[in-house]
Design a protein. Structure first.
Length: 298
């Protein structure tokens, strides 16, 4: 395993809260499996049969993208780069349990710092990480340099925070989640704000730049297509835990912008038990969009 030491990028807006964000990242992988499958398949199709031997995952987090890339490119070595040694430990554990530890290499480094010396990569992947770097233009130039001629960069961003609640909860005033997102936006706007990366990619020297959008609409029934083992109740439980974890992370930032009724309703939803607890609801879904930019080094 390769492990040059430095710092690394904030991933998924979590800052230094590595332990706190890890469960949400893993739930995100379970709930949004279909979207990740579609995104990585689009990347693989864009490679158009070209040999892919080395792949770089920039801001790997818990390794969701790393494992998906290892599956899509079964003959490639995957290099997972992140600041957090805790995250990289999770990546190594997942690689071990999937029986591919020899193919997954971890790199502790900072996208905004001097990069370790790499041999060229055929594919670079950056999911939910580039909107947080200090100098995107320089990072894109570094990625271009790190790719082989004809190599491809895939950038994935969350266009909006996913919605998980029905509009009418049979509790409080309808539309609570929209008000939560509006209340959180001033405090955590950088988490999801990102430009259209097209111009920056062109400035850096990439060609064949294209943006693809993927709609996300996940329900227990949708999860069944990718999780044949769990029962319907278990699939609903995955969505419930995802919704609970997501809104729990937003509660403190949202409270100052909510009225008392909305605060009370949110507390009831986030309770560990009770008829309205998110953990006991079966009417939850995940809805949102993600964007994928594909670009090629000439």
């Amino acid at each position: 395993m390769t492990q040059p030491h430095a710092h690394s990028p904030q991933h998924y807006g979590h800052g230094h809260d590595h332990a706190g964000i890890a469960p949400l990242l893993d739930l995100d992988a379970e709930v949004l499996h279909e979207a990740l499958f579609a995104i990585t398949n689009t990347l693989r199709a864009a490679r158009d049969g070209q040999r892919t031997r080395r792949v770089l995952d920039l801001g790997a987090g818990t390794g969701t993208g790393t494992m998906a890339l290892a599956e899509r490119f079964p003959r490639a070595d995957i290099y997972a780069l992140d600041r957090s040694e805790q995250m990289l430990d999770l990546v190594r554990s997942k690689a071990f349990f999937r029986g591919i530890p020899e193919r997954v290499h971890t790199v502790r480094a900072d996208l905004d710092d001097v990069w370790p010396a790499f041999e060229p990569f055929d594919v670079a992947w950056a999911s939910l990480s580039l909107h947080e770097v200090a100098d995107p233009d320089r990072v894109f130039e570094n990625i271009l340099t790190a790719l082989t001629p004809g190599g491809m960069l895939a950038v994935v961003e969350m266009d909006t925070r996913p919605f998980v609640l029905p509009d009418d909860l049979d509790l409080g005033t309808p539309g609570l989640e929209a008000r939560i997102h509006a209340a959180v936006a001033p405090a955590r706007a950088p988490m999801n704000l990102h430009p259209d990366w097209t111009d920056a990619l062109v400035r850096a020297g990439f060609t064949d730049v294209a943006r693809h959008r993927f709609d996300i609409a996940t329900s227990p029934q949708a999860l069944a297509r990718f999780a044949s083992g769990p029962t319907p109740g278990e699939r609903a439980s995955v969505l419930a835990r995802y919704a609970h974890t997501s809104l729990l992370r937003l509660r403190d930032a949202a409270r100052p912008g909510l009225n008392q009724e909305d605060r009370d309703t949110l507390d009831i939803l986030l309770a560990a038990d009770g008829p309205h607890s998110l953990l006991n609801r079966g009417d939850l879904t995940v809805n949102g969009t993600r964007s994928l930019w594909l670009a090629r080094r000439p």
